[in-house]
Design a protein around this ligand. Sequence first.
Ligand code: F6R
Length: 366
Amino acid sequence: EKGGYEHFMLKEIYEQPSAIEDTYRGRMLVNEGIIKMSGIDDHLNRFLNANRIIIVACGTSWHAGLVAEYIFEDLARIPVEVEYASEFRYRNPVIGKGDVLIAISQSGETADTMAAIKLAKENGAFVFGVCNVVGSSISRVTDAGAYTHAGPEIGVASTKAFTTQITILTLIALKLGKEKGSINNSDFHMYLREMDLIPSKIEKALQSNEHILEVANHYKNSRNCLYLGRGYNFPVALEGALKLKEISYIHAEGYPAAEMKHGPIALIDEEMPVVVIATKKGHYEKVVSNVQEIKSRKGKIIAIVTEGDEQVSQIADHTITIPDTFEALTPLLTTIPLQLLSYHIAVMLGKNVDQPRNLAKSVTVE
Ligand code: F6R
C-alpha cells in the first residue's frame, strides 16, 4: 500500500509530479491555449464581477491560499483576502453579494472552514470549493468547485494536497486573467507551457533527496529553526516551518525575510539554522543581503536556490537547488526540498511521521 516507500508521507511527496498532472489533465489544454473548468465556466461572471475574493482555510490549505493571493492579484488583478477560517467566522466579517469566497480543504470536512462557508452563504456571497476528497461535506455545500484530484492523502502532514491546491488556484487565476485581459495571450500561452513542465521539474527537484538527507543529519538535533522567504515564497516559508514542527516537534517559525530586522534577527546565533528560499526570481538581491546579515551573526544557512546560483551558494552552509521556472510557479518547486528536509529529520529522530502526536487528518471539531 505504501508502494515500496517507508512511509505514506514519502510516497505522497514522490507522487507530486503525477498528482499535479492529474490536477491539470483535461483542464489545461496547452496546444489549444485553453483552460477549461466547469466550476468557473458556469459562473464566469460571478468571478469577473467580483469585488474581491476571500479565501478561507486552515493549516497547510491556508498556506496554499496565501500563495494564491499573490497569484490572483498578480495575474488576474482581483483583490484577495486570505483568512483563517476560525478567525473569519468569529469576527463579524463584512461580506456582500459581490464577494466570492474560495474555501480550500484537502479533507473537505474541516469544521471551521465549513462554518465560514455557512456564514458567507448566509450573507449572499458565492462560494467556490477547492477540495481533494470527492463527495466530502465542503464539496457538497459549496455553489461550485474544483477537485484537486491528488488521490488519497494518508500521511497526516499534507504534501501533495498543498501543491495540487496551488496548481488549481493558478489555473483559476490564469483563466480569469485571460478573460479580464490582465494577462496577454502570449504570456498566457507561456504560462501553460511552463506549467506543463512543472511535473518534470519536480522530478528533478526530488533528485536532491540524498543530499537533503545529509543536510538533515546536520540539523536533526536543533531546538529551533527559522524559515525565510519573500513574495511568492513567503507562504512557502510558513509551510516549511509547519511541516518541520508537526512531524519532528522541533520549534520552527516562518517569516517574510524582510521582517527579520524587526525582531527575529535577535534570535540568530550559531545554534540557529535558517532555511532561506532564495530563488533567482523575486527580490533575489534583497534576499542576498538578508543572508549576509544572518551569516555575520553566525547563523547556519540552508539555502534553496535556482540551478546555477553563485551569490547565495557562496555564503550558505548548505545549498539545495531547484530548476528555474516563472516566479509565480516557484512555490511548486521550492516546497519539495522543504518537505523532504522535514521528513528526513523526523525519521532520524524516530518520530511517527505518518501519524504525529496530537494531530488528526481531518479536524471535524472546532
Ligand atoms: C498540516 C495539515 C493541517 C491541515 C488543516 C486543514 O500538514 O495537514 O494543517 O492542512 O487541518 O485541513 P483540510 O485541508 O483538510 O481542511
